[in-house]
Design a protein around this ligand. Structure first.
Ligand SMILES: [Zn+2]
Length: 351
């Protein structure tokens, strides 16, 4: 409880801009000023977040993280008792045409996206089992897309809020399903956890793999951390005929053992390395749009509303390459702060 309050107080100080002077200390071993190092990491995340990525900052720098990874195999409540699923008011959002060839078919909290090509549709993520039918299938029909044209289904990671509709979509429309090997393994290891959600193992994504459909290519990047096999993507969309490069970040929160130095420090390093890796790919492809599978991280639902009044103004999703890079700095700064706390814990127990 104590660390919860300490974390919240520190987080609120960050939001309020009340940070004390701190640097990434270069001090003699054993004399590290952990508080100063943590504050420096948090300040770097806060500065990078600005007003654009407050949702991400709040979620991973401020809100207490869950203690670790889930190793139980229980049928989720919303599958065992569908009536217990959150009500439609909580999750419904209107679908939207976001770019010439790219559509939002998600909800208020979780996103799914349809990329249209000359040879069919590439669908990204599938939300929950209880709302994929209305949001994805219903949403596609509402914006004039035919779900039977889904040729590829890319699942960023095997959590119920993204893989929820995958079994249904694979069975009904027979797209090729792409996921990382580590997350295919999760699906097979926990049959109850993925009840009604589990697609049959199909394409195993690798780092830098190209998925090409018609005139369009999506590149998959392994960004382990959030899950052992979280995938992120780079691809190009068209805005009134102009190519725009997108970086799609597949996993954000610290859903791994994060409260003990071993293996927490290592897990945070995996996460940080993944963010660096994907930030480099985003820069190399000239990404000016940062997308997520959670609206709280990329403000997709708000931006969809802004699109309606765009006129001849800039595209609300297009923020520029520097802002895309700042997103990854938020993730790295928050992860580094949490990793430092574990390093501090380790140093204290070693005394
Ligand atoms: Zn997740």
């Amino acid at each position: 409880m104590k660390s919860w309050f300490a974390g919240l107080a520190l987080g609120l100080a960050v939001i309020a801009g009340i940070t004390t002077e701190g640097v990434f200390a270069q001090q003699a071993p054993g004399k590290r000023d952990f508080e100063a190092e943590v504050e420096a990491a948090l300040r770097s995340a806060k500065t990078a977040a600005g007003f654009e990525f407050l949702g991400t900052l709040v979620r991973i720098c401020l809100v207490p993280q869950s203690g670790g990874e889930n190793t139980t195999d229980n049928v989720p409540g919303y599958v065992a008792k569908p009536a217990s699923a959150p009500s439609r008011d909580f999750w419904y959002a209107e679908p939207a045409k976001v770019f010439d060839n790219f559509y939002f078919v998600g909800g208020r909290v979780h996103s799914a996206w349809a990329l249209t090509t000359k040879a069919g549709i590439i669908l990204f993520d599938t939300i929950y089992p209880y709302n994929s039918e209305e949001l994805i299938i219903g949403g596609m029909k509402k914006v004039g897309l035919d779900p039977r044209d889904i040729k590829y289904l890319l699942v960023s990671h095997a959590h119920g809020d993204h893989i929820g509709g995958a079994e249904m979509i694979q069975a009904r429309y027979q797209p090729r399903v792409v996921m990382s090997g580590a997350d295919w393994d999760l699906v097979e290891k926990y049959p109850n956890r993925y009840k009604t959600m589990a697609p049959k193992r199909d394409i195993v994504a690798t780092d830098g793999m190209k998925i090409t459909l018609g005139d369009t290519t999506v590149t998959t990047w392994l960004t382990p951390g959030h899950t052992p096999g979280t995938l992120s993507y780079t691809f190009t969309v068209l805005d009134r005929g102009r190519p725009v490069n997108v970086a799609y970040s597949g996993g954000t929160a610290f859903n791994f053992v994060n409260n003990t130095p071993d293996p927490g420090i290592r897990n945070f390093q995996t996460y940080i390395d993944s963010q660096r890796h994907f930030a480099r790919q985003a820069a190399a492809t000239g990404a000016t749009v940062l997308l997520s599978n959670h609206s709280e991280f990329d403000s997709a639902v708000n931006k969809n509303q802004m699109l309606a009044g765009r006129g001849n103004g800039p595209h609300p999703y297009e923020q520029g390459g520097n802002l895309v890079q700042r997103y990854f700095q938020v993730m790295q700064g928050c992860a580094r702060a949490a990793q430092l706390r574990l390093e501090q814990k380790l140093a204290e127990t070693a005394k």
